[in-house]
Design a protein around this ligand. Structure first.
Ligand code: UTP
Length: 297
């Protein structure tokens, strides 16, 4: 029997340099896809997977993110007085109960592994999830719920994995796979950002994890890895070296890398086209843009 996973860490202390100058004052995680900030998609996904405690690792300049999770009494009262109940419901659905959300700080951007380590005292000795809000996953069944269901069968630690092209492996943590059983693979090792031509497979790790608490202990002892940063991948790989199980999980769904401009724009188009209110008008607009461009070429 595995212990129930009820806590999730959201590391949001990165500098988001790929979106400068916007991220000079706007945290990347509250940039919007259609009408919801990226972080709201991650929170909704976590809730659907049974997460009860939401732990944010933040940094200087992320105040707007904390404000987003506060309730907005003046706005709520105004909408109530005007009888705008639909908008009021949308607004209230984003409120977090007191005590449900916790913030800790990463004082210096020393890497994803270090950010997760900063939350160690809030996790204690139980398995936990890690979610990177800039990875947005459109799926019929939310990705983390799929993973936790699989994890309840396997135990150990589990990372979300997807196939990427051989050229792309250098940008990811990559799995060395021992055996595959349906969506779950038994992992023999993990390499962060392998040099071109050296990747052990084309299964890349993306921003959803279910981790054993021993990973936090590993983060206290491992040395900085790729890019001079404390790598979460290395702390998970240490589990295998120490004889504990790590699995890859090939989720059902489409992942958008909203930490990159191209991925963010692709997600915007995909989410607009799947929104019943916008779909027809937006598809018509896109058709016009494409036809106009082809005619001009
Ligand atoms: P990224 O690699 O996307 O880095 O981090 P970044 O700083 O957010 O963005 P760029 O590359 O400069 O544009 C992946 C995730 O890890 C978090 C980020 O906030 C993001 O959710 N992170 C990264 C931290 O919390 N702390 C770090 O030191 C590094």
């Amino acid at each position: 029997m595995t212990t129930k996973v009820t806590k999730a860490i959201f590391p949001v202390a990165g500098m988001g340099t790929r979106f400068l100058p916007a991220t000079k004052s706007v945290p990347k995680e509250i940039m919007t896809l259609v009408d919801k900030p990226l972080v709201q998609y991650a929170i909704d996904e976590a809730r659907a997977a049974g997460i009860k405690e939401f732990i944010f690792v933040t940094s200087r300049g992320k105040g707007a993110l904390e404000d987003y999770f506060d309730c907005a009494p003046v706005l709520e009262r105004t909408l109530e007085e005007k009888g705008k109940t639909e908008l009021l419901d949308i607004l209230k659905a984003t409120n977090m109960d007191s005590g449900e959300i916790a913030y800790t700080r990463q004082h210096e951007a020393l890497g994803l592994g270090h950010a997760v380590w900063c939350a160690r005292r809030l996790i204690g000795d139980e398995p936990f999830a890690v979610m990177l809000p800039d990875d947005v996953i459109a799926a019929e069944r939310p990705c983390l719920a799929q993973m936790i269901e699989a994890y309840e069968e396997t135990g150990g630690s589990m990372v979300a994995a997807m196939e990427v092209s051989p050229e792309a492996t250098k940008s990811y943590g990559v799995l060395d796979v021992k055996s595959v059983n349906g969506r779950v693979s038994d992992v023999a090792g993990m390499v962060e950002k392998p040099a071109p031509g050296t990747a052990p497979s084309n299964l890349a790790v993306i921003g959803r994890y279910v981790l054993a608490p021993t990973v936090l202990e590993n983060l206290s002892t491992i040395k900085p890895g790729a890019g001079g940063e404390l790598q979460l991948t290395d702390a998970i790989a240490q589990e295998i070296i120490d004889g504990r199980k790590v699995h890859g999980f090939q989720f059902e769904g489409k992942r958008y890398d909203c930490g990159s401009k191209a991925g963010y724009l692709q997600a915007t188009v995909a989410f607009a086209l799947s929104n019943p209110e916008l779909r027809d008008e937006f598809a018509h607009y896109l058709d016009g843009v494409i036809n106009h461009k082809m005619a001009a070429e």
